[in-house]
Every structure is written in structure tokens, then in C-alpha cells.
Design a protein around this ligand. Sequence first.
Ligand SMILES: NC(=O)c1ccc[n+]([C@@H]2O[C@H](COP(=O)([O-])OP(=O)(O)OC[C@H]3O[C@@H](n4cnc5c(N)ncnc54)[C@H](O)[C@@H]3O)[C@@H](O)[C@H]2O)c1
Length: 374
Amino acid sequence: MSSKPEVGVGIVGYGLMGRAHAHGYTVAPHVRDLPCLPRLRVISGRNSEAVARAAARYGVEEWTADWREVVTRPDVQIVDVCTPPGTHAEIVEAAAAEGKAVLCEKPLAAEYAAAATAARVVADAGVPNAIGFNYRRLPALALMKRLIDEGHVGDILLWRSVWLSDEFLDPDIPFDWRFERAMGASTIADLGAHLIDLALWMVGEIVDVAAQSETFTPERSGRSVDVDEASSVLVRFADGARGTFEMARTCARRPCDFFVEVNGTGGTLRFDYPRLNELWYGDARDDDVFYGLRRIRAESPRHPYARDWWPIGQGLGYGVTFVNQAADHLERWPDGPWDPDLAQGARVQSICEAMERAAAEARWVGVREIDYAR
Ligand SMILES: NC(=O)c1ccc[n+]([C@@H]2O[C@H](COP(=O)([O-])OP(=O)(O)OC[C@H]3O[C@@H](n4cnc5c(N)ncnc54)[C@H](O)[C@@H]3O)[C@@H](O)[C@H]2O)c1
């Protein structure tokens, strides 16, 4: 028996993210020596039979069809929100009112006003809180951030980011929550939130955006679709750097393919998700005989997160982001702070909303317009 204190976790939502987060808490104590042990107390979902099956598979002790039970149980200290974006704010606020720590999947809400309120309520409650920007916990992306901070690309001139999937390509896919903006948010917010978070983290504040969006299949199952299926965006960063974002769910044979790249006065860094343990780096000071980008294996024990995992060369995958996320939070239990927090989730949401407005009104939009409209 361990003498470490237990921390009760309640997960709201048993779909893809409910499974990923349960995996994170289960494996975190195997890879990191934590001050406490997470205990998966309860998971909720609207379909009793399905949530019961999920609880058994994920190793969660109990299940319920009522998320309010998760946030009010005295044996739950962390509420982990894995439901569609349009439900997040209400659940997050209810959990904070009960004094629970909160981890919420991205995007924080379907629109900025709700995200800003949720972030403020949680901050006022003084509980540890975090938004699920899990890709920050991928060793190669954490290394990219470190190399930028250490000056290896010099001053950043350009940011380039693309996220492509084919999940909306088939016009016969029936309507579900992802096609309704009030519940699923936009594609800008759903896919783009990760890219925007990485850009803010690595480059800095975004001040102006211009965008275009398209919905190629405007009706599904007899219902109208108000979500953009593909958007592309130009941005200006506060420090003068320029950038581009493209997020599209209509790209045949492109499954969750994303890449990010920075070009600076001293070099280039590029990350490509299908090769997720690697970074490409070009140093402008290199002798011309080495001209080009070199491949870095982001698995050395000196690299971020890598020492927690397998010997160099064995490779890591998507699941490690959720394990590292859970381990980082539990390591700081009970005082926190957790990072990135919901305030950063709301900040990302303000940029999503600026991009949505820029596309709708076909003009450059200052992010300040969104902040001031609160
Ligand atoms: N970080 C990541 O890598 C990543 C990946 C996928 C999804 N997400 C985010 O996680 C959240 C959940 O996505 P998912 O893919 O797990 O969804 P999912 O459809 O697989 O699961 C949704 C869960 O929410 C519950 N639910 C509650 N209210 C609902 C409603 N009104 N409509 C539909 N379901 C409802 C369902 O019962 C189910 O348990 C979203 O915010 C999504 O953007 C994050």
C-alpha cells in the first residue's frame, strides 16, 4: 500500500477525450514519482449503458448519467471536463463553485463571452485550473519552445501553421454536435485552438487577423450546418512577426495532419505531427556545406519530458501528452498553479472569435475589438 495521499478524479464525458484523460491519470504514476496518487472515482455520460461500459474499460470505479453528481461528490477533488465545447462553461463554473480543481478540454467554450466568464469564475474561486492544450506536452514541441526561448532561431519573423483532417469531407456524414456552432464551436476554435495556443506560447501576442472561411456541405441530415469546414487566416503578432493559420476538415486522406514552423533571423524550426518525435532545424550560421534543415530526435534524456519515458529511439505517441498533462498537474497538487490555465484558454478563444469575425466581415479585425466587446 502506498502512503501517498489519494486525489479523487471525476471525468465528465466518456468519449475520445474521456478515454484519453483516464489513460493519463492511470499511467502518470508509472512514469513520474508524484506526491499523490490519482484515483478515478466516477465518470459521467448521457447514455447509461455506454458510460457503464466505458467506466469498466477505463478502470473508473463508478459511473453516473448526471454530470452534476460528479461535481458535487465529496470524494472528487479534480473535475475533468471532456464534453463538447458548448457544455464546458456551465460544468467548469459548477465545479469551481464546489471548490474543485478543474481541467477543461479545449476550446474553453463555443464563444468568447462564455470562455471569459468561465475563466473569471474559476480564478475568483482560487482553485487550480487548466485548459487541455495537451500538445505542449509533446517532447518535440516542448523542445521547439525551449530552442526558440534560448535564441536558436533569433528574432521570429514568420509563423506558419496548418491543421488538416478529412472528418467533414463526406457529405453523407450525419449531423452531430460538431456541425452546430453553439455546441461544437467553429473549426477555427476546434482545430485552430491548439495552433493558436502554440503560436502564443512560442511567438507571443497576436494583435490583428484577416480570414476566409467556407462550408462546402451546408446541410446534413436535413439540418443546416453553421460551422466553417475550412478556414485560412493571416495574423500580425505584437512584436512585428507575421503568421498564417490554416485549419480544414475537408482534406482527403489527411488525418489530423498538422505542422508548425518558425522562421527567425537566425534559423528555422519545423515540427510535423506525422513525425512527432522529430524536429527540423536549420541554423543560419552553419557553414554552407551543411545548408538545409537537420533532423533532431527529440528523445534525448536532456530533452523536455523524454527522460520520463522509454530509452532513446523507442518513440512516443499521442497518449503521452495526456500522461504528461496529468503528471504535471498532480506534481503540483494541491496548490498549483497549473499551466496553461483557463485564462489562457479564454485568450485563445478571443483570437478564435477575432478570426471568425474577420471571415464573416471580410476585413482585418483587431483582437482588442473582441476584448473590448466583453
Ligand atoms: N486535445 C485533444 O487532442 C482533443 C481531441 C479531440 C477532442 N477534443 C475536445 O474534447 C472535447 C470532447 O470531444 P470528444 O472527441 O471526446 O467527444 P465525443 O463525442 O467522443 O464525447 C463527448 C462526450 O460528451 C458527452 N456529452 C455531453 N453533452 C453532450 C451533448 N450535448 N452532445 C454530445 N455529447 C455530449 C457525451 O455523452 C460523450 O461522453 C471537445 O471539446 C473536443 O474539442 C480534444
